[in-house]
Design a protein around this ligand. Structure first.
Ligand SMILES: Nc1ncnc2c1ncn2[C@@H]1O[C@H](COP(=O)(O)OP(=O)(O)OP(=O)(O)O)[C@@H](O)[C@H]1O
Length: 371
């Protein structure tokens, strides 16, 4: 975990017209925290309040500096915030390079060449530097906006649905850049989204907002399988687990990972470093359950699991919550038909075998410490 001094502490209470906000959460210093919730749940208001653009009662502390409490309110221009909006607002009359250096110039030290080069490299901006911003694609504009935000040397990066204006192809193209950015930034990132797919890919932690309140907050891997929240019973439920790479077979591209003492095998296009920790994604619809001890099957992954809970998921299915082994912290979900669940007489507490058809990497990069 990050040092306390790097953490973000937010406790805000107040009204905006009819809307009342009452939230309190902390976010880690070096990771990505998703602020997730329906439209109108208060996500943007929370970000704006952290930036000092909205005023509620309460407390905002970033990297050990109090930006707001009972006795003070640091004005927005004195808060070291990098803010990336849904629509990148670039300076139309300036080139990409000038847009990037504009943010940096506002800092006391001006443009740090090494930092600029690193940012250009990280976000793949080299080929765009001399372009006018007027004819960039939506994804390119967002990459420039992110670059500009981090070159202002913020103590926190606030991203408000930065991908939501992009079509799926543009999203897929930009996500690896966003991931790389997050991985290398050592500052907290708050990422507003209502798209769980994005959140699964980018976030370590999540704050779920409902009607201006925190419905749940914590590590993403826990919240996704928290029975009180309902993510697990959605038809496209997904779980995030982390495992250590222990072997890689160059001949067929299959990596072997240790997952709480059990082995999991997955295809990886790039040779992984042995010993590194990777985030894995398992979709509930790819998991089936069996009591058979051995299987003559094309499925590589068979895991010993214990049933933690069985919840209705739509008319014809149940979500079976599973713990690895006899109850480790790692949990995932199997979506099975009600009919099969009844036929097999599945019971909470029972140990059986989960067959996992497909495991994928939740992120395409490697997080050094926090998988
Ligand atoms: N200045 C304002 N005056 C009155 N009501 C406001 C104001 N700003 C926001 N609201 C209301 O506060 C609620 C929360 O808005 P907010 O933009 O924070 O939600 P959100 O979760 O970011 O939504 P979305 O995903 O649609 O952007 C909404 O009902 C909105 O209409």
């Amino acid at each position: 975990m990050s040092k306390k001094a790097d953490m973000v502490e937010v406790a805000l209470k107040g009204r905006l017209g009819e809307f009342s906000l009452d939230v309190a959460f902390t976010a880690a210093g070096g990771g990505v925290t998703a602020i997730f919730g329906r439209s109108g749940s208060g996500k943007t208001s929370v970000l704006r309040a952290i930036a000092g653009l909205e005023r509620f009662e309460g407390r905002v502390v970033v990297a050990g500096k109090v930006w707001q409490d009972e006795s003070q309110f640091v004005p927005p221009h004195r808060r070291a915030v990098g803010y990336v909006f849904q629509e990148a607002s670039l300076f139309a009359h300036l080139s990409v390079r000038k847009n990037l250096t504009f943010g940096a110039r506002r800092t006391r030290d001006g443009v740090d060449k090494a930092n600029l080069d690193r940012t250009i490299d990280l976000l793949g901006l080299g080929p765009l530097l001399h372009r006018d911003t007027g004819n960039l694609s939506g994804g390119e504009r967002q990459r420039v906006a992110m670059g500009r935000a981090i070159l202002s040397r913020p103590k926190i990066l606030l991203m408000d649905e930065p991908l939501s204006g992009l079509d799926q192809a543009a999203k897929n193209a930009i996500l690896p850049f966003v991931e790389a950015l997050h991985a290398s930034l050592g500052i907290p990132v708050l990422f507003v989204s209502h798209d769980m797919g994005e959140v699964e890919r980018l976030a370590d932690d999540i704050v779920v907002l409902e009607n201006g309140h925190v419905a749940s907050a914590g590590p993403l891997r826990k919240v996704l399988v928290d029975r009180s929240l309902g993510f697990a019973t959605e038809r496209d439920a997904t779980a995030i687990l982390s495992g250590n790479v222990i072997a890689y077979d160059e001949s067929d591209g299959i990596a072997e990972l240790d997952l709480g003492g059990q082995r999991i095998y997955m295809a990886m296009d790039e040779t992984p470093e042995i010993g590194t920790r990777r985030r894995l994604r398992i979709e509930a619809s790819d998991v089936s359950l069996t009591r058979a001890t051995a299987a003559d099957s094309t499925i590589l992954n068979r895991l010993d699991v214990t049933i933690l809970g069985i919840e209705t998921s739509g008319r014809a299915h149940v979500a079976v919550l599973l713990a690895l082994g006899t109850g480790s912290e790692s949990a995932f979900v199997a979506s099975v038909s009600k009919r099969s669940a009844l036929r097999l007489e599945l019971r909470v507490g029972e140990r059986l075998t989960a067959q996992v058809k497909s495991v994928s990497l939740a992120t395409s990069y490697r997080r050094p410490n926090r998988a």
